[in-house]
Each structure stands twice: as structure tokens, then as C-alpha cells.
Design a protein around this ligand. Structure first.
Ligand SMILES: Cc1ncc(COP(=O)(O)O)c(C=O)c1O
Length: 405
């Protein structure tokens, strides 16, 4: 195999799949193609979480946190290295939605303010827009797609005016392989001085996502998906210059200090978006997952996962009755399809029965997009670098009906 070197110095043409599988206990028991749901964790992540739980059991929860202080603090350095920002621009919270909410609900809107979003936007984000629009009189507008089905940057540019208070985009949607042009959007919002919130829940961990290159002001992501971290971990990036302009929707004695009976002071760093009690075991696990991903190199991961996904798309389009639905000029490791005569739920359930994990993505999770495309549900297959072409063969044989469980 040809090897070449990525910008981060790692080899991108060769991927040590055997090592990746050796270090992933779950591949022994399942063909896991639901990494957009929650990936199989690598052994070091699993070990770190279990070790800390053992430490808590042995020492006491607070004492264990104290003992592991360095490992806990390292989470901020690791996430900052991953995103190309400073550790004090990172908040670690319990999931991507909470991270996104802490940024979004910190913003102030007035009647007539415009919130611009994408057609592919995730349901929870749109529900929040609608709630805030109802409360404040702000309006939510969807930026049209271009001919590839991704956000039209030209259309966005034309829509920008002094009433636009926020551009909030989902980088990679839950419902397909589309990668929205995050950096091109960033150039336009920066030039216009409009805050830009990027939902990078599905993109972080599957390819390089660097805020210094994208130019977003806020970014939310999760640990459990392509980063392969523990469940119930997430993080928020907020650009240093705007942290102190954003008052978190909730405060506690971690986010702020009670300085006098009638006064408090909010922390100056991004940890103002966190709260005091947290799961230390999974927080450490998240930092191990980030280091682990950086160890492989995000370009190398991208090369491997997109190769698997493109090869899967090619095979699927050759199966009679199957339609692949992924859009975008650039596509990633989320593959969506439907099969004539079968519901997506049926297909995914039958695969699960024979030890292949996929998932179903449905209209409730991205209504603007599903309705525009006349779809209600699709099977979602999301390979990671530890999956093999052999696993995809088995999947396709079952979808085609060539192979019996
Ligand atoms: C695009 C997108 N944004 C946000 C979320 C929510 O992430 P979490 O469940 O970590 O809150 C998801 C979850 O699937 C997602 O796909």
C-alpha cells in the first residue's frame, strides 16, 4: 500500500488495523457499525475509567479526584490540542447537547433578531431555536443548500445583515455523510462579525476539526461517538474574546464565586459553562480517548474511515432495491440508505439479530432535511477505522440477501 504523510506528520496511506482491533475488545463480540451512535472504546479508555472507579471505591470519591488531579486537568490540554485552541477556552460537560445549550442559551436575542441555521440541523438545536424565538421574538431562518446538498455559502453571505445575531450550523449531520463547509462559513461570519456556533458532535474524532482553521466562535462535541470516549462526556469551546460576554444560563459555586452576601463573580474562563459535580472517571476516560485519537492522527483516521465508507457506498449502490442517500461535496464515514420493500427499522433490527450494529435515523432527528428530501427514515451505517472490508462484505451480503445469518 502507498503511504504518504499527513499535515500532522502521521502516515495516512497505511493504517495498522490489526493493532486497532487488538486494542478494541468489542470487535471480538460484534460487528460495530454504529460509531455515529456510540463507538466501541479502545482498551486504554476502558481501563482508565475502570481504574478511576476502583480508586473511588478504595479511597472515596473526593479523595480519588484529588489523587487523580493531574489526569483530570489533562482533559483540558488534550481537548485544546485536538481543537487547536487554549485549555481555558474549554468546558467539559456531560454531553454535546448540554455543551451547545450552554453557549446558545447564554446569548441574548431581541424581537426581529435573526438566527441562521442549516437544513441539516439537529433536532435538539432547532427545538432550542424555536423555544428562544417564541420567548424573544427572534426569527429562525434556514440557509438554502447548494447543488451538493450542503450549506450554500453564497446564500449565507447574501442573507447576512445587521439583524443576524447568530449563525449556528451542524458540521456533520446525524442523518448522513454530508460535511458542511465549516471553514468557508467561518470566513464569512468572521468578516461580518456575526457569532458562529458549530455543532461538531459527529465530526470531532473522524477528521481534523480545528477551531483555528474553521474560525467558529463556539463549538460543541461529544466524547462517545467518533472520539471513542465514554458515554455522557461532552465539551464546549468558546473563543477567549467572547467568553466574558456570555453569561451562562445556569450558575453554581463552580461556575461562579459567592464573594459577598449579595454578590457573586462568574469565572473568567470557559469553565463558567460547567457545573461542580461531574463524573471524574469518564472525564479522565475522555482525555485518554482524545490522546488516543491524536496518537493515530486525525488525518490518518479520516483517510481510513472515508475509504471504508466510500467503498461501502459503492457496494450498496450495486445492490438491487438499495438507494444511498448521502449528500455533500465532501462525504465522511456516515452512510445512509434505504432498501425497497423493507423499513429501515426492519433492516437494522435484522442485522442486529446477527451481530451487526447499525442504526436508524429518522425524521424526528432532522425534520427540515428529511421533509425536504421526502424521507422518513434511513438505515445509518457508520464505520470506524477498526472496522474491516470483510465486515462490510458481510453486511452487504446480508442486505443483498445472498447470505443467511
Ligand atoms: C449532529 C448532532 N448534534 C448533537 C447531538 C447530541 O449529542 P449528545 O447526545 O451528546 O447530546 C447528536 C447526537 O446524535 C448529533 O448527531
Amino acid at each position: 500500500m502507498v503511504t504518504s504523510t499527513g499535515a500532522d506528520g502521521t502516515m495516512i496511506g497505511h493504517f495498522d488495523v490489526e493493532r486497532a482491533r487488538r486494542e478494541t475488545p468489542g470487535v471480538q463480540s460484534v460487528i460495530h457499525l454504529n460509531n455515529a451512535g456510540s463507538a466501541l472504546p479502545p482498551a486504554p479508555v476502558l481501563g482508565a475509567v475502570i481504574d478511576h472507579l476502583r480508586l473511588e471505591a478504595a479511597l472515596g470519591g473526593y479523595e480519588a479526584a484529588d489523587t487523580a488531579r493531574e489526569a483530570v486537568e489533562h482533559t483540558y490540554d488534550a481537548v485544546a490540542a485536538l481543537l487547536g485552541c487554549r485549555p481555558d477556552e474549554i468546558a467539559v460537560v456531560e454531553n454535546a447537547t448540554r455543551a451547545w445549550d450552554m453557549a446558545f442559551y447564554a446569548m441574548r436575542f431581541q424581537p426581529g433578531d435573526r438566527i441562521l441555521t442549516a437544513r441539516a440541523e439537529y433536532a435538539s438545536n432547532v427545538i432550542a431555536f424555536l423555544q428562544v424565538a417564541r420567548r424573544t421574538g427572534a426569527v429562525v431562518e434556514v440557509i438554502p443548500d447548494d447543488e451538493f446538498g450542503q450549506v450554500s455559502v453564497d446564500a449565507l453571505e447574501r442573507m447576512l445583515d445587521e439583524r443576524v445575531r447568530l449563525v449556528a450550523i451542524t458540521h456533520v449531520p446525524t442523518q448522513g455523510g454530508l460535511v458542511n463547509p465549516a471553514a468557508a462559513i467561518g470566513s464569512v461570519t468572521r468578516a461580518a462579525g456575526v457569532p458562529y456556533l458549530l455543532d461538531a458532535c459527529q465530526s470531532v474524532g473522524q477528521f481534523p476539526v480545528r477551531v483555528d482553521e474553521i474560525g467558529c466562535d463556539m463549538l460543541s462535541a461529544t466524547g462517545r461517538k467518533f472520539l471513542r470516549g465514554p458515554r455522557a462526556t461532552g465539551f464546549l469551546y468558546v473563543r477567549r474574546e467572547i467568553i466574558e460576554q456570555l453569561e451562562p444560563p445556569f450558575l453554581d459555586l463552580h461556575a461562579a464565586e459567592w464573594t459577598a452576601p449579595d454578590r457573586y463573580e462568574i469565572r473568567p474562563d470557559a469553565r463558567r459553562f460547567e457545573n461542580w459535580e461531574t463524573n471524574y472517571a469518564t472525564k479522565i476516560g475522555l482525555s485518554v480517548a482524545v490522546d488516543y485519537a491524536l496518537g493515530w492522527g486525525l488525518e490518518a483516521i479520516q483517510h481510513r474511515t472515508t475509504t471504508l465508507a466510500e467503498s461501502l457506498r459503492e457496494r450498496l449502490v450495486g445492490i438491487s432495491g438499495v438507494t444511498v442517500h448521502d449528500q455533500g461535496a465532501q462525504r465522511c464515514a456516515i452512510v445512509t440508505f434505504t432498501k425497497e420493500g423493507f423499513s429501515a427499522t426492519d433492516v437494522s433490527t435484522r442485522l442486529r439479530e446477527v451481530g451487526i450494529n447499525t442504526s436508524v435515523t429518522s425524521v424526528e432527528s432532522a425534520r427540515f432535511d428529511f421533509e425536504a428530501r421526502g424521507l422518513t427514515e434511513m438505515v445509518r451505517v457508520s464505520p470506524h477505522y477498526y472496522n474491516t472490508h470483510g465486515e462490510l462484505d458481510r453486511l452487504c451480503a446480508l442486505i443483498e440477501g445472498r447470505s443467511r445469518p
